[in-house]
Design a protein. Structure first.
Length: 88
């Protein structure tokens, strides 16, 4: 099944088209602001990750009630070599 078979033909008025373009512009501006904020907080986020990884290796995490399991260093995932993604 292709996308075209799911498409319902319709027409927009000039006012609707203008409104839609404005909405898209505003959403792209908000998205750019969110991406910038995410990039600015990278050092803080990296610190949080480091603290979390240290904590689950030394104290462990709750697996069932008050039972804790420590994570071995070999089981810690490798940090990806890319920036965080902001999903639109």
């Amino acid at each position: 099944m292709s996308f075209q078979s799911l498409f319902i033909p319709h027409k927009r008025t000039a006012a609707e088209t203008k409104w839609l373009k404005q909405e898209i512009k505003e959403q792209e501006e908000r998205y750019a602001g969110i991406v910038q904020a995410m990039e600015e907080m990278t050092p803080t986020r990296d610190k949080w990750y480091a603290e979390f990884l240290e904590r689950i290796q030394t104290r462990g995490f709750n697996t069932d009630g008050d039972a804790r399991t420590k994570i071995k260093l070999a089981d810690i995932p490798v940090k990806p070599d890319r920036p965080h993604k902001v999903v639109y």
